[in-house]
Design a protein. Structure first.
Length: 753
């Protein structure tokens, strides 16, 4: 016997979930910014979410303790919120393998309950039978209560060379079903693996159950340097409302697994043999085996179909239809920027492929900073596909102006031409020039401005809203929304064309005067034309954007006055003081309109206002406006669908969904807001979602609307979206209206004082 009989007592149980691991073998779906544990590989939820839910069923379970890297903190928060769970999240400044991670969790648990028992699992393991897992965990907890450090040993289904093995010894007296461990052995060759299986060895699952004081005491004995560094990082860490950021001392802890650091040395190792289905989902073959299959053994996710094919796996995350004919045991994985085709039996070799991709092009492998990688992909798509096609096919080179849209075969989709499209395309090509596009951006600017002046400008100096595709007047209304976009187009052109700046500035100042005369509101701000919803935040948002842009181009005082007026109105009236949400429609006193109309909250506009308000805050050194911008981002984030990752079209003021469809443009605004507010992980995820809208038969086009079933609606690519797309890519590239001012600390650091 290695200890006293094990008492059956009820102890507080702390689920510990380790979120390390890159899931390289599941490329291209698994990337550093969103590794396999955070992907919905087998069902509605990600493997991480399934793990949290399974662990919450343990007898006596407290909230989970999650150990992860900083890059995934926001993703973890989002996925926890989606399943209604909370957790204590410990953030490692650098991954140092499982032993330091488990030791850090043990330090926290010991501080919460001296007799607390940790049940440590990996976030990326698939265990479909939660009841069987919980039953085995009860045995392991009983063993841990008496001082054992227990693990789960999986009864092998085959002599696999992919797992380490455990040789069980005698049974524990008061933990029926548990055994002491005779030895741990490394991953064996095939013949040795067969001998191990015949001898009753178990697969090492890498999951552990222990009392925190026992674990830390044993690590003090066998890994004192590790414990010294981890304790220093724990004590010196920074507390958050939902967890702890470990101190930099953690970076100096030995990088070692818990097996090597402790389990192969301690005399207290025990194992609970289990027969439930278990997989570490380490390859596409493993995903296929764990997936629901049709009668031919095929497993599909997304738009897929097979004919005369067997035993295959097809995943399409792009909305594109993937078909197989006459194939056996192949894997096809389609992502917006990469496609994998492999023999399932060789899917372990994907890691070698990724290693080659890293050597050839780190961006393709997704291993360079994820933000730089996705920004690079989007910029390449813009420069090489989108800008050329929207100039060659999206501009009407015979009758002038720009087309309303292009269908998915690149054919014109004109049903009248709105002013906003013409003005937005001027902005897009002016910004393209600033981004370094070598195409005819100057010609495109002139093409758009000429059409605006000849077809839309009214005798009174304001601009009409709509003409036919032949240029005839279709709607002579002068909407405030449209005047705002003319001002933005003129400002963008003035920035891009210094030689024309004086002329364009005079034209814009004259238009501003006419806008003031026609649209000024007695209660402040400006109102839209007509009697239908004249008091809108949306039209003023674009006027805000235009005025901020002009501040960087012209010294005319009217631009600063207009920007400040709208910024103040946003902070005092548009944004609800209690919830921090921004409404869409108001009455004449800028109070939310009565009924459901006044309850509308659009996630895309929360993001868009946040982006603009943050820049206005920098311009005026307004910390209160910065705080409101951040809250707007949080409100918008409440409208992100947790399955698709896309921002839906609208909410009500209680932040419940109103329209669950997801158009393209809110995704671009989420990219901009997340990036400007320093939410890098959210910016990466939003940009990756945006990429899925670009998976079209002709590169350079896009899908406009994602349906509630996860499929993109058929229809043309609207030209009006180009402005949103270009602005998002420009923001990722550091090109925005107002640059962030250097803070005092930055100035001191640069001066050396």
């Amino acid at each position: 016997m290695r200890g006293a009989p094990l008492p059956r007592v009820e102890l507080p149980v702390f689920p510990v979930i380790l979120c390390g691991g890159a899931g390289t073998r599941l490329w291209p779906a698994s990337r550093p910014s969103r590794p396999k544990q955070f992907l919905p590989l087998l069902g509605e939820f990600s493997i991480f979410q399934d793990t949290v839910l399974r662990m919450s069923r343990l007898r006596g379970a407290r909230d989970a303790v999650i150990v992860a890297g900083r890059a995934h903190l926001e993703l973890i928060r989002e996925q926890l919120a989606a399943i209604g769970r909370s957790a204590f999240i410990i953030i490692e400044p650098e991954g140092r393998d499982s032993a330091p991670a488990i030791a850090a969790a043990g330090c926290w648990i010991q501080g919460q309950a001296a007799d607390g028992v940790a049940v440590v699992v990996a976030a990326d393991h698939h265990i479909p039978d939660a009841d069987a897992f919980c039953a085995a965990a009860e045995i392991a907890v009983a063993a841990a209560a008496g001082g054992a450090i227990a693990t789960f040993g999986i009864r092998p289904t085959e002599p696999s060379t992919g797992y380490g093995y455990i040789e069980p010894a005698e049974a524990l007296d008061l933990a029926p079903g548990a055994h002491w461990v005779r030895r741990f052995v490394e991953k064996p060759p095939a013949e040795t693996a067969k001998a191990y299986v015949d001898a009753g060895y178990l697969w090492n699952s890498g999951n552990f159950v222990f009392r925190a004081d026992r674990l830390l005491g044993e690590l003090d004995t066998f890994a004192p340097e590790l414990m010294e560094r981890v304790r220093a990082a724990y004590v010196g860490g920074e507390q958050r409302s939902d967890g702890l950021d470990l101190g930099d001392q953690f970076r100096t802890a030995p990088k070692i697994s818990i097996d090597y650091a402790l389990m192969e040395k301690t005399r207290h190792a025990a194992v609970v043999p289990v027969g439930y289905s278990w997989s570490d989902l380490g390859s596409w073959q493993a995903i296929h085996q764990a997936s629901a299959q049709d009668e031919q053994g095929n497993a599909f996710r997304g738009a897929a179909m097979a004919h005369a094919s067997t035993g295959s796996l097809v995943r399409s995350a792009t909305g594109q239809l993937v078909t197989l004919v006459g194939l056996d045991r192949v894997g096809v994985v389609v992502e917006p920027d990469a496609i994998l085709v492999c023999a399932l039996d060789a899917s372990q070799e994907v890691k070698g492929l990724v290693d080659k991709l890293k050597a050839a092009s780190a961006t393709v492998a997704g291993e360079v900073g994820p933000l730089a990688a996705v920004s690079g992909r989007l910029t390449d798509w813009l420069m090489t596909s989108a800008l050329p096609i929207w100039w060659s096919l999206g501009a009407d080179h015979e009758r002038g102006g720009f087309r309303e849209g292009l269908d998915q075969q690149g054919r014109p989709a004109d049903e009248g031409r709105r002013l906003r499209v013409q003005a937005r395309q001027v902005y897009s090509y002016a910004t393209a020039g600033a981004l370094g596009w070598r195409g005819p951006w100057r010609q495109a600017i002139g093409h758009g401005l000429d059409y605006l002046d000849t077809r839309y400008r009214r005798p009174d100096g304001l601009y009409r809203t709509l003409v036919t595709d032949n240029g005839a007047v279709a709607d002579d209304s002068a909407m405030l929304y449209d005047q705002a976009f003319v001002l933005l187009a003129l400002a963008s052109a003035a920035k891009a064309l210094p030689e024309d700046r004086a002329r364009l500035s005079a034209q814009a100042e004259a238009l501003l005067g006419r806008v003031r005369e026609a649209h000024d509101c007695p209660s402040g701000g400006l109102r839209e034309a007509g009697d239908d919803r004249p008091y809108q935040s949306n039209a003023l948002m674009h006027l805000f954007e235009a005025s901020l842009t002009w501040i960087g181009v012209s010294a005319h005082a009217g631009w600063r006055e207009l920007a400040d007026e709208i910024g103040e109105l946003c902070c005092s009236r548009f944004i609800d003081a209690e919830s921090g949400a921004l409404r869409e429609v108001f009455d004449e006193q800028w109070r939310p309109a009565p009924g459901d109309l006044g309850r509308i909250v659009e996630p895309g506009h929360q993001f868009e206002w946040a982006w603009l308000l943050q820049q206005w805050a920098w311009l005026n050194d307004r910390r209160d406006a910065s705080a409101r911008a951040r809250r707007l981002f949080e409100v918008g984030d409440a409208g992100v669908d947790r399955v698709s990752g896309a921002a839906i079209d609208s909410l009500l003021d209680d932040l419940s969904p109103r329209e669950r469809t997801a158009r393209l443009w809110p995704q671009t605004e989420r990219v901009k807001a997340a990036h400007i507010l320093g939410e890098q992980d959210a910016s990466v995820r939003a940009a990756e979602v945006l990429e899925t809208y670009f998976a079209t038969p002709i590169p350079g086009l896009w899908r406009d609307r994602l349906g509630t079933e996860g499929q993109f609606a058929d229809g043309p690519a609207p030209a009006s979206s180009f402005y949103h797309i270009v602005a998002a890519i420009a923001e990722l590239g550091g090109l925005r209206i107002v640059g962030r001012p250097a803070c005092r600390e930055d100035r001191v650091a640069r001066s050396g004082s």
